[in-house]
Design a protein around this ligand. Structure first.
Ligand code: FES
Ligand SMILES: [Fe+2]
Length: 406
């Protein structure tokens, strides 16, 4: 498919050219199947997506399955200790091979005709095949997989964007929270019956926080205008160093000048006074992370490419992954991470740990679905972004840039 592909109504090139800068997208970006096909090719399958943390696969043979759009991957720790990913597609006649979401195994057996693959993807069993059958040529196809400071990322492209600068530059901020040694204390999937872009666009702005998230808005200062935020930010920065955190700011989100590389970023934002972490009342919910010696009253935002965002409080990390299911459905996967040596029941309580972002995400789901309903109306017109939607403007511009890039 090319950028000039049409369905008789829509020329995608023209649609991109007609976009009014600083405005939300034309309706066709959310409803047109041709746009979704092009997104699969140029954005969804091309980019990296967070698929979990290495602590979820501690032993050889531990595996998990990750679905993104039309693709499904098996991520497995091999006998040699390395984490790899394979397309969950049988090399016989294409059935899904692994139907379990996670587990431990020595081999994967296709449920259709019983072909068997080992944890390195190699075909090791197939009944009644001809003498000259080439076993080596029929292993599971590899999916690009990178472990970045403990986080597992997948890309369904054979030539994915480079992650090397991201790995290098984020080593220091991620090191402060000891990302490689975190563990997943809780995980939840939120199905969102709305186009995937609306799910991510909503995460890009906090213009809606004051109206949609009373609990979040009590503690997070992102909904303040710039001046007010600078004041609280100053207080946090004074505390940061004493708490063991360095003042780091990284903005490599916009990849216009660096095509072929993942976009990434890091920043730390103050919570309101009195809030130590993102919890029901701002009191600690888990032991301090990594090098931290005390609560500075801040929360760090990490972003990795188009779909994966992490929020590092002083005592836990919340990782959000937004992915398309199909044109009309998306999913948000949330991982709550704590220190690897923290014990459930003693050091943290899962209900308290997950409370804030569970209520916030449920509320987001409602507003995103309402947004999708309105966007499909014949009365929808692209509307102007506010000053608090700058990141969303960057995101929309990036989407259009990627969609136009052959
Ligand atoms: S499709 Fe998998 S064994 Fe036939
Ligand atoms: Fe929200």
């Amino acid at each position: 498919m090319t950028a000039t592909h049409t369905n008789g109504h829509t020329n995608i090139d023209d649609l991109i050219a007609a976009h009014k800068p600083g405005h939300s997208l034309d309706q066709r970006f959310y409803v047109d199947p041709d746009v979704y096909e092009l997104e699969l090719e140029r954005i969804i399958n091309r980019n990296w997506i967070l698929a979990g943390h290495q602590s979820q696969l501690p032993n050889a043979g531990d595996y998990k399955v990750m679905k993104v759009g039309r693709e499904s991957a098996i991520i497995v720790r091999g006998k040699d200790g390395d984490i790899r990913a394979f397309a969950n597609v049988c090399r016989h006649r294409g059935s899904l091979v692994c139907l379990e979401a996670h587990g431990n195994t020595r081999k994967f057996t296709c449920p259709y005709h019983g072909w068997v693959y080992d944890t390195d993807g190699k075909l090791i069993g197939a009944r009644d095949m001809p003498e000259d059958f080439d076993w080596d040529a029929h292993g599971l196809l590899p999916v690009s997989c990178e472990v970045i400071h403990g986080l597992i990322f997948l890309s369904f492209s054979d030539n994915p964007p480079s992650v090397e600068n991201c790995r290098k530059e984020l080593a220091e901020p991620m090191g402060q929270f000891d990302f490689p040694n975190l563990k997943v204390a809780a995980y939840k999937e939120y199905p969102i019956p709305a186009n995937w872009k609306l799910s991510i666009e909503n995460y890009q702005e906090c213009y809606h926080c004051a109206t949609a998230h009373p609990d979040y808005a009590r503690m997070h200062t992102l909904m303040l205008d710039r001046k007010k935020r600078e004041r609280v930010q100053g207080h946090m920065k004074e505390r940061m160093e004493a708490c063991g955190l360095r003042d780091i700011y990284i903005d490599r989100i916009d990849t216009a000048a660096r095509p072929g590389e993942i976009g990434y970023g890091y920043s730390r934002t103050a919570l309101f006074d009195g809030y130590k972490t993102g919890s029901r009342d701002g009191s600690p919910v888990a032991p301090l992370l990594g090098e931290l010696t005390d609560y500075d009253g801040g929360a760090s935002d990490f972003s990795f490419g188009a779909f994966s965002f992490l929020l590092a409080y002083s005592d836990h990390v919340v990782a959000y992954v937004f992915s398309p299911v199909d044109k009309d459905n998306s999913r948000c996967d949330i991982y709550w991470l704590v220190r690897g040596d923290a014990e459930e029941g003693k050091d943290y309580d899962v209900d308290e740990l997950t409370w804030l972002w569970d209520v916030t995400t449920e509320a987001d789901k409602t507003i995103i679905v309402n947004n999708f309903k309105g966007v499909r109306s014949r009365f929808y017109r692209p509307g102007p972004f506010s000053g608090m939607e700058r990141a969303e403007k960057t995101y929309v511009d990036w989407l259009l840039q990627e969609l136009a890039r052959p």
